[in-house]
Design a protein around this ligand. Structure first.
Ligand code: 2P0
Length: 327
């Protein structure tokens, strides 16, 4: 039996991924930009065992649903093909934060799985190749292979080139914090991201405009990172998140993830800014609000968010490191 354990941090996109150009290879329609978060960690152990007749998945201490087992098994098939093995595996994965509620558990989950499974299968891959492998499990997982600020490159539709992630060095990494306000107790989300982004692409009159916007936001965000300009980065991040949600809300029928507390938190972030604070909101496929801020202001921002009725909990996270093998 061959076993390995890996840890990976979740990431929150500042310029979002929402739509694919190729479902079979899980290629995104556009690039994205994220911050890996040290406070949201998945630990995954993969044990290839010749005694197993099929793959097994234990998620947060319980046997996983058949759909999650199949998706994990399809991912392990990619690793088995690479390693020229057929052995089935026992996968045990735990998140130290709510699973599948819009807190990027599929990002940290597939990044940790990619690192643990390749290590257990005895194959060595470069970080870039690992990001392309993790992407096949979940698009956002490619970004969780790396720490700090991470850029996902879409690849070229014309030549079919592959999409991969790479880290971006910025002095801002030493100065930023993400304040995570959990809404609704971290309950599982109503619409899985994968189906929701496909539905948006198929039916939203604003989807095309969204895809055309992303390269402009990425270029502006790259400039802000190079200049270590938090205000510009935050302004782009909040606007980009709202544009992603606008495209999803305009889908028919609509996809919307917000709850009344989500809007109350957005109003609080705007009020904080009007009082001169560095605070910009971003939302994903769930009701939670994540606020980009500075290391100096994170405690005050967190205190303000805790006063918003309906907020379940508030956590401050600094940038996290890359996905790593632990044993
Ligand atoms: C992101 N999200 O950039 C965006 C923002 C959710 C909202 O990437 O189909 O679970 O597995 O590639 O990675 C969530 O989508 O989708 C996501 P698949 P994934 O973080």
């Amino acid at each position: 039996m061959s076993t390995a354990t890996a840890r990976a941090c979740a990431n929150i996109a500042l310029v979002k991924y929402w739509g694919k150009r190729d479902a079979a290879r899980n290629l995104p329609a556009a690039g994205s930009l994220s911050l890996t978060l040290g406070a949201l960690v998945t630990e995954t152990t993969v044990a290839f065992d010749p005694a197993l007749a099929s793959d097994e998945l234990n998620l947060d201490g319980a046997s996983a649903r058949p759909a999650d087992v199949s998706r994990t098994s399809a991912f392990l098939d990619l690793v088995r093909a690479e390693a020229s093995i057929t052995t089935r595996a026992r996968v045990t994965s735990t998140n130290d934060f709510p699973t599948a509620s819009g807190l990027a558990s599929s990002a940290s989950g597939y990044a940790a799985l990619a690192v643990a499974a390749t290590t257990a299968a005895g194959i060595t891959m470069s970080p870039r190749a690992l990001s392309m492998l993790a992407r096949r499990g979940s698009g956002s997982a490619a970004r969780s292979i790396f720490g700090g600020f991470v850029r996902m490159h879409a690849g070229q539709a014309v030549d079919g080139s592959d999409a991969f992630a790479e880290p971006i060095v910025s002095r801002l990494a030493d100065r930023v914090r993400m304040v995570i306000a959990i809404v609704g107790g971290g309950a599982p989300k109503a619409h899985g991201s994968r189906d929701a982004m496909d539905h948006t692409a198929a039916t939203s009159p604003f989807y095309r405009a969204w895809v055309e916007l992303v390269p402009h936001d990425l270029a502006a965000a790259d400039g802000a990172l190079a200049a270590a300009d938090l205000a510009t980065l935050g302004t782009i991040a909040e606007a980009n998140s709202l544009a992603m949600h606008a495209s999803a809300i305009a889908a028919r029928p609509a996809i919307w993830y917000w709850q009344p507390t989500t809007l109350a938190l957005l109003a609080e972030v705007r009020a904080l800014r009007q009082r001169g604070a560095a605070a910009w909101a971003t939302m994903d496929a769930g009701p939670h609000v994540k606020v980009l801020t500075s290391i100096d202001e994170a405690e005050a921002v967190a205190a303000a968010l805790r006063t918003v009725p309906g907020t379940t909990s508030v956590t401050i996270s600094g940038p996290g490191g890359p996905a790593t093998v632990t044993t």
